[in-house]
Design a binder for this molecule. Structure first.
Ligand SMILES: NC(=O)c1ccc[n+]([C@@H]2O[C@H](COP(=O)([O-])OP(=O)(O)OC[C@H]3O[C@@H](n4cnc5c(N)ncnc54)[C@H](OP(=O)(O)O)[C@@H]3O)[C@@H](O)[C@H]2O)c1
Length: 248
């Protein structure tokens, strides 16, 4: 698997699954435009990987974000071959207990921002036979009591992926990965509290046939595969569970 010479944007690149994706891409020879809000982990990424990484400290939901990200990638690496929409917001809770504003906040980051980024990257992607990978979730395919808003945004990502795959073919391929549980900082920010989070971890492990959490690089390797036209040039519109069997 080689992505030598490819320029790839990864949102949410500095932590968790995004970090695993970024490291897998760099190992495959790609250059990465790494996007996130917090400059600290982004700075550490840039320091460690040097010229192969350019960082953009940017809220993906902010007005003009997509244009700034695409410009940064093309100025840094001369082109843009692929977009990995990984940044995500996860706030869990039962319907009556959830602030309705939270649906808008999650939709903005999980659905609208990826769509905008794809839209602004399209001229570059079309010119280079490029590709998109959206990081969705098994939550977009399973019923999600207590996490219905989050699940609904990921179901929207799945729909966006399939529709755009047809709309943009044959120029640009669009696929999604649906990760099962991966131990990342996301689990500490869901708003559930420590005890409920611990219980959720145990429940998730119990409902994952492989009996363990996934590793971020196990998602990263699938991103590399989906961006490599030699291996996946005939795959578009696929929703691929990488989930330890959780949806089996
Ligand atoms: N962990 C799991 O079990 C799991 C399972 C299925 C799917 N997923 C999906 O995997 C993706 C990555 O999540 P993760 O688990 O790796 O959690 P994470 O470590 O919290 O990663 C989320 C990343 O997104 C970035 N981000 C969040 N909001 C942003 C915004 N408005 N603008 C720019 N960047 C933003 C964060 O960076 P800053 O805070 O610096 O902005 C962070 O790097 C998400 O889409 C999530 O829904 C995770």
């Amino acid at each position: 698997m080689t992505l030598a010479g490819k320029s790839v944007v990864v949102t949410g690149a500095a932590t968790g699954i995004g970090r695993g994706i970024t490291e897998s891409l760099l190992k495959s020879g790609a250059s990465v435009t790494a996007v996130g809000r917090n400059p600290e982990p982004l700075g550490e990424l840039a320091e460690r990987y040097g010229d192969a990484v350019t960082v953009v400290s940017q809220d993906v939901g902010a007005s003009g974000a997509a244009e700034r990200i695409v410009t940064a990638a093309t100025e840094s690496f001369g082109a843009l071959d692929a977009v990995v929409n990984n940044a995500g917001r996860a706030r869990f809770g039962r319907l009556e207990e959830t602030d309705p504003a939270e649906f808008d906040a999650m939709f903005a980051v999980n659905v609208a921002a990826p769509a905008q980024l794809i839209r602004h990257a399209l001229p570059q992607l079309r010119a280079r036979g490029g590709s998109v990978v959206n990081i969705s979730s098994v939550g977009g395919a399973l019923s999600m009591p207590g996490r219905s808003f989050y699940g609904a945004t990921k179901a929207a990502v799945n729909s966006l992926t399939r529709s755009l795959a047809r709309e943009l073919a044959p120029d640009v391929r669009v696929n999604a990965i649906l990760p099962g549980p991966v131990d990342t900082p996301m689990w500490n920010e869901t708003g559930l509290g420590e005890q409920a989070t611990q219980q959720m971890r145990l429940d998730l492990l119990a409902s994952t046939p492989m009996g363990r959490f996934g590793e971020a690089t196990e998602i990263g390797q699938w991103v590399c595969l989906l961006l490599d036209p030699q291996l996946s040039g005939w795959i578009t519109g696929a929703l691929i569970p990488v989930d330890g069997g959780r949806t089996a």
